[in-house]
Design a protein around this ligand. Sequence first.
Ligand SMILES: Cc1cc2nc3c(=O)[nH]c(=O)nc-3n(C[C@H](O)[C@H](O)[C@H](O)COP(=O)(O)O)c2cc1C
Length: 266
Amino acid sequence: MATRGALFYYSGTGNTELAMRYVAGKISQSAVDLIDLRTAMGFDLSSYDLAGFATFVDHGGPPRLFIDFIGSLKGCRGKPAFILITYGGMPGRTLKTIERMVFKAGMTPIAGHQLITPENFVPLRVKGFTHDDRPNEKEIARFKAFASDLNDILITISLKGDLKPRPIRIGILNSLIPQKDRRKSKKKMGPLMVDKALCIGCGNCETVCPYGAIRMGGAPSFDDSRCYGCWACYNHCPTMAIYTEKIRGEGHYREPTERLRRALSY
Ligand SMILES: Cc1cc2nc3c(=O)[nH]c(=O)nc-3n(C[C@H](O)[C@H](O)[C@H](O)COP(=O)(O)O)c2cc1C
């Protein structure tokens, strides 16, 4: 039976997109559409037979934007769904949280995986916690096995109509780690500022801000009440003109490392 899958990803700096592209390439049973969820609020899944959701971990949980996105979906009742998260070292309960959200939206979780990747959270990169050497060989092999198993599950569902929830496991240690307080971290980050001598007015920051917190008028102005502290503007500013009180001109992560690209090529 020919099926159609909608695979959504939310990726600030490319790690998650890369991982989801790999999985999409391994799904043989469905024709898949790979969709940046920032462009797909309120998406109607009625004409699809499968959903896939990928996001990065943000303060020990799913990012605000991802939560809003799942809540906005239409026509998703009864569809099988898989979940993929990328993280920089501490995934916590994120995978289970998303599994619950998927259930609540009426979908059936069939598989989930958490892949460690380089850290893109600037305050940690500045302190040297970059994880640029991850995932290691074992972690890459586990991720690839997940993609292959997922394909097998989809074939079973398609051939036998065997659609049942398949529990996603995260290990005892992860299940004990609480979600971090995003507001506290945002407060620590302090207000964003721009060095007007460096700013070239390219508008990159406005484009990459997922929360509509930046307006260009020559240089960017920041609406602190809309900012969730995701560091996308800081990471993607080509001239490093954006800074905070404590961090300036260091710790940028613009795109997946060459190592990660090679590991996730197919
Ligand atoms: C605002 C923010 C918060 C983060 N919080 C966590 C976290 O709590 N635990 C973790 O392991 N990684 C955390 N990370 C790291 C990212 O999840 C990780 O680097 C991910 O692969 C980035 O994916 P992307 O390149 O698709 O944006 C955070 C990153 C950002 C930007």
